[in-house]
Design a protein around this ligand. Sequence first.
Ligand code: COA
Length: 383
Amino acid sequence: MTPLTASDKAAEFAKGLEGIIAGETSLSLVDGKNSQLYYRGISIEQFVGKSSFEEVVFLLWNLRLPRKEELERFKSELALHREIPKAMYDWLATVPKKAHPMGVLRSAVSQLGLLDANGDKIDNTNLRRIALELTAQIPTIVAAFSRLREGKAPIHPDMKLSHAGNFLYMLNGVKPAAQMENALDTYLVLLADHGFNASTFAARVTVATLSDMYSGIVAGVGCLKGDLHGSAVQNVMEMFLEIGAPEKAEAYVKEAFAHKKKIMGFGHRVYKDVDPRATAFRGVAEALSNVKGGEKKWVQMAANIEKAVHENKKIPCNVDFFSSYVLYTVGFPIDFFTTVFAASRISGWTAHVIEQLSNNRLIRPEAIYTGPTNETYVTIDKR
Ligand SMILES: CC(C)(COP(=O)(O)OP(=O)(O)OC[C@H]1O[C@@H](n2cnc3c(N)ncnc32)[C@H](O)[C@@H]1OP(=O)(O)O)[C@@H](O)C(=O)NCCC(=O)NCCS
């Protein structure tokens, strides 16, 4: 028996697949060296304040920007699919109120797959239909659960509002102020896609077996749920609240470093210098702190944490650091933050599923075996 060892495979082995090229994509480029992220070649800061989530979704699914009338048509089409089946509202009403919203979303996507008579079909037309429905419906599921959990009736979608505006309307029960709607729209734009991040990779691995779109998205949601990926956005605001006041930030950070505890919202596998999304969110968070409903305290807290982290180690803040405060200000309960991340990333996940299946190859790496070798089977009576 001659298993592969670490030295045999040294050239190809990287723990956590760090630095390994595991496939191709034409959707987004994560340029860690130059601290840039591009959607179809356009750097993400160019979208801020000019584009909309709907436009970015069109771009990811059609590989080009829409013309004016195409965008209007696409917005209406997406809006028309916002309503969820009655069976979904009924099920959401039975979910334990303490269940984590990401667990609820994971199960909800799976159930939508069961309710879809063509859910298992993976031809291009069907994949695109499911992509449209899931992207339109995830906000409805998220907002409905948030209200049901508080003993309130869900609010049905308003097809006349933008994707972001309707999301906040279904969540809070009132039409949002323009600044809040724009802040959420920017969040959705900036989180839409990010190369072969863990949840996107999980979705691609799943559908590469020729499993279905829903299974791929369930894998993506489950993967995003982890602390080292999507849950950091929730953990950041929890940290802010735990610290309580900006002047206590320095002591908190010192203590965390002394105990080798990771500070949420800092560090990134690819961006070792600056996360370009964090730069964009810094501006959004500062602007929000000046409007009605915003609080300067959290921006000051963020600045103090950042300064204290850099005094200990040069680790840049990441996408979740300032965006956590953005989601807090627009009104999401803290444990729902990662579901908002999912409501954005669904556009990227579905685009990657379509891309994977358009030129598929089973994704199946090898492992270095570290267990015993040449053992002899001992019958049960002799053990
Ligand atoms: C994102 C993350 C998983 C990247 O991990 P990675 O590429 O494997 O980087 P490592 O964990 O190996 O970190 C490298 C070094 O920086 C330190 N470091 C990284 N992130 C840190 C953080 N948030 N707080 C404190 N130290 C951190 C590590 O302790 C390690 O130090 P060492 O070399 O002395 O052991 C990691 O930075 C992290 O856990 N961050 C906090 C969670 C988070 O914000 N996630 C959202 C990502 S968008």
